[in-house]
Design a binder for this molecule. Structure first.
Ligand code: CAO
Length: 440
């Protein structure tokens, strides 16, 4: 049985009265969950608002030029026609899932100290072309931004010919044509278009069907966003990973004991919660890890917000636990598990993925010995945690089994020296080996 569902604007963080600049669907269209419905734009960013449920659109309640806010109804769909799992017998209003802001290149990443991995925080690859930057914010729809990104064009360098200087696809094409005629090729470069082009080979184009049966599956929205961020961060940050180990024999025994005692409370104390507490203490001791680069300056943060990578069916997201220094291990365990649940359900709001100081990527519950986590810019370090194992350790008389946790600390070498990273990781290990040190 099908029913009518109204899809409303979700929590879009600080964005108020944002203008609808594109309506991407029309009445009669069949949409699926996650399809983009409209594009909105503020003076800081543009973003697409996706659908939570599928169905056939029966009515559209917004038009280009409207100003919208959280809770406003965007459109109605007749559910049940497009594989909508949420169809019920009652009419209902649903908010679209957490939307990902796409800050315009010239502004980002300054307004938000940290964006989640799934939120592009700064410029698409810039063009190494001798055209002066316009100095104005580029206004362009997401499709034009995507087009420019694919070509490696820095939109801050393109003059828009549309209303209010909006950049069209033709403007981007004209820019590239002019650049090519001038003998230069648009290539990827460092932040703000100031770096040297990578001058890479074109991506190989292969007809895989020639070699065997294939199936093509579009990347999820989160995958596309996180992929662009991971790529930028990997290319632009000189990463080094310091690998170390912590003896967590006692800590794990304490964790198991606490969980036994609190069996009825329903709260599970996790290793991740202990790690957060230890990371906060290490950030306090080594403040350059709680920092972000801002041109030639280092912004040192005096708050302790810790992000953690959460694996979801649609890809990787990084919820942020705010003020982790003011929370106890049990509260941190409760909050991380609630946030991980929201992440898996696709219900995290953009604000719940912002403002992080450092991230933790824990693969310990899954496996692996060590890995190289990619820094979540504009943070300067990320802690990767692998699976703990029993290691024979010489105690002076005999080898004894000690539960050992591998710690992989990737750091931005522009900000952090190798010696500092080794000290940070060793200190973290010492805290985990004897958690009483946290109070010192
Ligand atoms: N070593 C060994 N076992 C570990 C462990 C570790 N380091 N960390 C957790 N475990 C075990 C726990 O003891 C628990 O076992 P039981 O079920 O027997 O009690 C199990 O793994 C699950 O642990 P948990 O409930 O504490 O959850 P978690 O911390 O492993 O995971 C979360 C939480 C959100 C981090 C996880 O769901 C997740 O998404 N992990 C993937 C993160 C990721 O994708 N990172 C890569 C990003 S790209 O760089």
């Amino acid at each position: 049985m099908s029913d009518l569902t109204a899809i409303a604007v979700p929590d879009i963080g600080d964005f108020k009265d944002v203008e609808v600049i594109e309506v991407l669907v029309k009445v009669g269209d069949t949409i699926s969950a996650e399809d983009s419905l409209i594009t909105v734009e503020s003076d800081k960013a543009s973003m697409e608002i996706p659908a939570t449920s599928g169905g056939v659109i029966t009515k559209i309640d917004v038009k280009v030029g409207d100003k919208i806010n959280m809770g406003d109804v965007l459109l109605h769909v007749k559910a049940g026609a497009a594989g909508d799992a949420s169809a019920s017998t009652e009419a209902k209003v649903e908010s679209a899932p957490a939307v990902q802001a796409k800050p315009t290149p010239a502004l980002a990443p300054a307004p938000t100290p940290t964006e989640s991995i799934a939120v592009p925080a700064s410029a698409p690859p810039a063009a190494a072309i001798a055209v002066p930057a316009t100095g104005q914010l580029p206004h362009a729809s997401p499709s034009v931004r995507k087009f420019a990104r694919e070509l490696g064009v820095d939109l801050t360098r393109v003059t828009g010919t549309g209303p209010k200087g909006r950049i069209s696809q033709e403007d981007v094409q004209g820019f590239v044509k002019a650049a090519l005629q001038g003998g230069a090729a648009p290539v990827s470069s460092a932040a703000g278009g100031t770096g040297v082009g990578l001058d890479l080979l074109a991506w190989p184009k292969v007809d895989f069907a020639k070699f065997g049966p294939i199936q093509s599956k579009p990347l999820s929205r989160i995958k596309k966003l996180s992929g662009a961020n991971l790529h930028r961060n990997w290319v632009m940050i000189p990463h080094v990973t310091n690998n170390d180990e912590a003896d967590i024999t006692e800590l794990e025994a304490l964790r198991v004991q606490l969980n036994k005692e609190n069996e009825k409370s329903g709260v599970k104390v996790t290793m991740l919660a202990f790690l957060m507490k230890a990371v906060v203490a290490a950030l306090k001791k080594y403040p350059e890890f709680n920092a972000s680069l801002d041109g030639d300056s280092l912004v040192l943060k005096q708050y302790y917000n810790i992000g953690f990578a959460a694996d979801t069916p649609n890809g990787l997201v990084v919820p942020v636990i705010t003020d982790a220094d003011k929370k106890g291990v049990i509260e941190l365990a409760q909050e991380t598990s609630a946030m991980a649940k929201l992440a898996r359900e696709g219900k995290l709001s953009p604000t719940q993925m912002q403002g992080g100081c450092i991230s933790i990527s824990s693969l310990g519950g899954i496996g692996g010995t060590h890995f190289t986590p990619i820094i979540n810019a504009p943070e300067v370090a990320i802690l990767g945690v692998s699976k703990s194992y029993q290691k024979p350790v010489w105690d002076g008389k005999a080898f004894v089994p000690r539960l050992t946790l591998p710690l992989s600390l990737s750091y931005d070498h522009r900000v952090i020296d190798g010696a500092s990273a080794a000290r940070f990781n060793a200190y973290l290990g010492a805290l985990l080996a004897d958690f009483r040190r946290i109070i010192l």
